[in-house]
Design a protein around this ligand. Structure first.
Ligand SMILES: Nc1ncnc2c1ncn2[C@@H]1O[C@H](COP(=O)(O)OP(=O)(O)O)[C@@H](O)[C@H]1O
Ligand SMILES: [Mg+2]
Length: 146
């Protein structure tokens, strides 16, 4: 599915709807250039799953867990690979372990960096900047009920 949003708030609210279709074990890979809205989208997912605290990009760590107090998804992992250098890196990051957590949903910014380790089942989200506040968002979720 595909949508055009005209503000960060619209992107968050779209992500909130997407969150209702997620199940434990799902992995979302978020593609898009700097400022496209990957983190903003994850903020919306977190809100939609019931996480009440602030969400911002992990800066000094690669991944941050958000504990969800309601529903069957226990944790939302926010993984940001922007600073990951070299593909050899992933083995020491602990990311693989997070992706195996069956009670969690994992989100990955800059998934290109670990493309060959990404599970095939990962749900691709593409964000494209069309204007100052205009974004095109494509989610490869065929059977979602929005
Ligand atoms: N339609 C939109 N969707 C998402 N973000 C938007 C939109 N319009 C403006 N923005 C702004 O663009 C920036 C996106 O930043 P961020 O989500 O951190 O991007 P990324 O994680 O992809 O680098 C934010 O400052 C946000 O407020
Ligand atoms: Mg980001």
């Amino acid at each position: 599915m595909e949508i055009i949003t005209n503000s960060a708030e619209e992107t968050r609210s779209f992500a909130k709807k997407i969150s209702k279709n997620l199940k434990p074990g799902n992995i979302l890979s978020l593609y898009g250039s700097l400022g496209a809205g990957k983190t903003t989208f994850i903020q919306g997912l977190a809100q939609g799953l019931g996480f009440r605290q602030r969400v911002f990009s992990p800066t000094f760590v690669i991944a941050r867990p958000y504990k969800i107090e309601q529903g069957n998804i226990k944790t939302l992992y926010h993984i940001d690979l922007y600073r990951l250098e070299g593909v050899g890196d992933i083995e020491n990051t602990g990311i693989e372990e997070l992706l195996l957590d069956k009670e969690a949903v994992s989100t990955i910014e800059w998934p290109e960096k670990i493309e060959k380790w990404l599970p095939k089942k990962a749900i691709k989200v593409r964000l494209e900047t069309l204007g100052k506040e205009k974004r095109k968002i494509t989610v490869d979720l065929p059977n979602s009920r929005l």
